[in-house]
Design a protein around this ligand. Structure first.
Ligand SMILES: Cc1cc2nc3c(=O)[nH]c(=O)nc-3n(C[C@H](O)[C@H](O)[C@H](O)COP(=O)(O)OP(=O)(O)OC[C@H]3O[C@@H](n4cnc5c(N)ncnc54)[C@H](O)[C@@H]3O)c2cc1C
Length: 511
């Protein structure tokens, strides 16, 4: 049996974070800047969770990021990055073309001017012209309300209340009839992981407006640079980040979280414990359902995870812009003309029918790689259950077939691309699970459905005193922007609590 030892590095921290995803990093950075002693325990060898890059031989790949929203002036993430003093150092590039959508009978591009895209769509769908204009107006008004609500400003939330229980599909149905136009407007659904007839309209509209009106951004030195800058900020303010530390247990005493135990048997004591790990690990494995109120344990058990992914990482000996005239960095390819069977295709991972996304990084960052090469990822959603019970041979075979299928599908649109591949690798739902520990290889935390929105979702505050949550599994987090803004919000709450406790005289218990 591993003997527990209390870490001597610091006897006690003010706040211990389980996992070093962006939610944790932002929260810890704010707290460290405010003079709080923080420690982050990360099971992996690299800091950043999904916001990391990895090397294979001489190639470097971004694990996840296609584009971030909310980074323009007025955006909440913009303000968070400014407050932390890292906005300028990220050297964010704004995408000129947000994405290009390909369909069996045509294509359209979403540029930095969304009005242009609307004109294009109206030309293609005269019959729905008025409905489309009304829909986009409604999107914008709804997002204005959401922006004000998130900032805690007084707001007459009539539009929000109307659509709060709508799926994206229900909202589209009120304005436009053409299934193909509906499909075009929902092209970004893959960024949320649930098909339009399950996806919450609120999540989608927020993302749609932020990307189309204010732009998509990408840091010059890949997503790893966000994590590294936050890591350096934490360390320079006296915080500790310890990699290769998997937390196995959250220690509670009389319903209060007081510390954690790692797989190395180390015990870390902390006043606040913040988990960035998934909900099942946090509550089933680390706390124990028996320590929770029955209805809360039941709620956690029932949380639906978001989808997982298969993603091919490729280096091409060639330049997609030069060889194929590709001007976009994000290309959504649909091989059907409507989304009628999407939910079913997703459930049964009929990969050949699911839309897929080609991300071509050289079109965002000039000189991303050596000249004449292309760094590309091919991304589609995948169901964990199709992978988890395979034995080693079956798994390797399925992986090979899946990689081949993605490459063949891309080759159909970029003929001859197959011959240009210098390096190819596939990540599967099992890869996601292995690296992040996320339940069922979920890539966006909890599924962004109506049933899990706002008060139906999981709060950052838990019934275990001094145990908090941050990241994609909470109702405050979706994608890069959501989890970082959620991290800032939690930091503000904890710093306020700390001040109040100090005033009450409990401060002496906090080191
Ligand atoms: C392929 C892909 C593409 C994506 N594209 C985009 C995009 O273009 N734009 C966008 O906005 N979002 C995108 N996302 C989503 C975005 O990456 C995530 O929402 C966000 O990074 C999640 O941050 P988080 O704070 O929840 O932590 P995560 O990144 O989920 O990190 C959690 C961390 O906790 C650690 N951990 C887990 N269990 C333990 C334990 N027991 N002990 C110690 N450490 C533990 C994990 O190792 C991990 O480092 C994408 C995601 C994926 C996978």
């Amino acid at each position: 049996m591993i003997k527990r030892r209390v870490v001597e590095l610091l006897e006690k921290y003010d706040a211990i974070f389980i996992g070093s995803g962006l939610g944790s990093l932002v929260c810890a950075a704010y707290m460290a800047k405010a003079g709080v002693k923080v420690a982050i325990l990360e099971k992996h060898t690299i800091t950043g969770g999904f916001a990391t890059s990895f090397r294979r031989k001489k190639w470097e790949f971004d694990v996840s990021l296609h584009a971030m929203s909310d980074c323009a002036e007025g955006g909440q993430l913009h303000d968070v990055l400014q407050e932390l003093g890292i906005y300028d150092r990220l050297r964010l590039e704004k995408t000129e073309i947000l994405y290009r959508c390909v369909y069996p009978n045509g294509s359209f591009s979403a540029g930095s001017n969304y009005q242009q895209m609307l004109r294009e769509l109206i030309e293609q769908h005269h019959e729905d012209a008025n409905g489309l204009k009304a829909l986009i107006n409604e999107f914008i008004k709804l997002n204005d309300e959401l922006r004000s609500m998130r900032r805690g400003l007084p707001v007459n939330s009539t539009i929000f209340r109307k659509y709060k229980n709508y799926t994206l599909k229900q909202m589209l149905d009120e304005f436009i009839q053409s299934p193909q136009l509906q499909m075009k407007i929902s092209a970004l659904w893959g960024y949320f992981g649930s098909p339009p007839d399950e996806l919450s309209a609120i999540y989608f509209v927020n993302g749609w407006v932020e990307y189309h009106l204010y732009g998509g951004y990408y840091p010059t030195d890949r997503s790893q640079s966000i994590s590294n800058l936050l890591r350096d900020l934490i360390i320079s303010n006296g915080g500790h980040i310890l990699n290769r530390r998997k937390v196995n247990k959250i220690i509670t005493e009389d319903g209060v979280a007081i510390g954690v135990v790692t797989d190395k048997g180390e015990e870390f004591k902390g006043h606040y414990i913040v988990s960035n790990a998934d909900l099942q690990q946090t509550f089933r494995d680390m706390v124990g359902f028996d320590k929770l109120p029955v209805d809360y344990a039941e709620k956690i058990r029932k949380v639906e995870p978001s989808c997982s992914t298969v993603q091919a990482y490729l280096i091409l000996n060639g330049d997609l812009r030069h060889d194929y005239g590709e001007e976009a960095h994000e290309i959504f390819i649909h091989e059907t003309n409507d989304y009628k069977t999407l939910a079913d295709d997703l459930l049964h991972t009929r990969e050949e029918r699911l839309p897929f996304c080609v991300t071509y990084y050289e079109n965002i960052i000039k000189g991303y790689r050596d000249q004449g090469k292309s760094t590309v990822s091919i991304f589609t959603l995948s169901n964990y259950d199709d992978w988890c019970d395979l034995d080693e041979r079956e798994y390797e075979t399925k992986k090979e077939e899946s990689l081949k299928s993605l490459i063949n599908r891309m080759d159909h649109y970029y003929p001859g691309v197959k011959q240009k591949i210098e390096y190819a690798e596939l990540a599967t739902p099992m890869t996601v699970e292995r690296y992040t520990g996320h339940y069922k290889g979920a890539i966006y935390g909890s599924a962004k459905t109506v049933d899990q929105l706002l008060e139906n979702g999981v709060n950052q505050v838990t019934p275990i005193k001094n145990l908090f949550l941050v990241g994609g599994w909470t109702r405050n987090g979706h994608g890069y922007s959501g989890v970082m803004v959620g991290g800032a919000r939690l930091a503000n709450m904890l710093l306020l609590r700390r001040r109040r406790q100090r005033i009450k005289g409990e401060g002496q218990t906090i080191c």
